[in-house]
Write a protein that binds this ligand. Structure first.
Ligand code: MN
Length: 261
């Protein structure tokens, strides 16, 4: 009887160890985030304590560093943006606790910092000024993701996470750009970047693959997005979770904001 109990316990702990719950956070665009929906995401983290959190990039807007500036009053506010970014990562770490790994993929908005340094302040390369060191990565144990990032998504499958700007182009239908990337890589893919929400699938070389565009957590009404006006594109507030133990489907659960957001 004890032997059976020990075997059951061992199997249970093997199962728990192999259970990976991953939260995938799309473009937040701090300090132009949607505050209520960021709170909702942080509450999810607090209550569910995922094993892994992967941020898809464009966590930070770096509006002060863009050459496509939409809001004049933000042109000299890099310090404000950096402080808001650090606050965001602090809140995320506090909600997650110490056992969750937090990884961050670089998006085209974080790349604004890199391009600025390369193009306009090359002397800063000599002193190694990297964006992630200024928004709390060392303090809060956030890792800058090393490409490629894969997540166990259930049904024995993995999905590759990218920001989405790595492959040129866009699409008119939600999910279309992710699908293009999935076809070119020949694997399941989940991206941010388009701010749209779409889960689509295709058959590549006889293999069924899926492609996800995971929405965003930004705010339409913020200064950086005012230019969108009333004719808003079909961007959706959302985040996603994957459960490696699900057996019926490899697809994510999409946590989508309803109504107007
Ligand atoms: Mn974005």
């Amino acid at each position: 009887m004890e032997v059976v109990a020990a075997l059951v316990a061992a199997a249970f702990f093997r199962y728990v160890r192999s259970m990976v719950k991953t939260l995938v956070v799309p473009d937040v665009h701090v300090p132009f985030e949607h505050k209520a929906h960021v709170r909702r995401m942080l509450k999810y983290v607090e209550e569910n304590k995922p094993t892994r959190i992967v941020l898809l990039g464009d966590v930070l807007d770096f509006h002060s560093l863009t050459v496509y500036r939409q809001s004049r009053e933000w042109q000299d506010e890099l310090a404000v943006e950096v402080r808001a970014g650090k606050k965001f990562f602090e809140r995320l770490r506090r909600a997650a606790g110490t056992r969750t790994s937090i990884e961050c993929i670089e998006g085209n908005h974080e790349d604004r910092w890199n391009r600025y340094v390369e193009g306009r302040a090359p002397i800063m390369r000599l002193i190694d000024v990297e964006w992630q060191d200024h928004v709390g990565f060392p303090e809060y144990g956030i890792e800058r993701a090393v490409d490629p990032v894969f997540v166990d998504c259930g049904a024995g499958q993995r999905v590759r996470l990218l920001h989405g700007h790595e492959v040129a182009g866009s699409s008119t239908l939600p999910g279309g750009h992710a699908l293009k990337i999935a076809r070119s890589l020949g694997c399941n893919v989940h991206i941010g970047h388009t701010h749209r929400l779409g889960v689509v699938s295709a058959t590549v070389a006889g293999k069924n693959i899926f492609a996800v565009e995971g929405g965003w957590l930004g705010n339409w009404k913020s200064p950086a997005h005012k230019f969108l006006g009333v004719a808003r594109p079909d961007w959706r507030v959302a985040f996603a979770t994957y459960d490696s133990t699900q057996t019926t489907s490899p697809l994510p659960k999409m946590h989508v904001a309803g109504g107007r957001s």
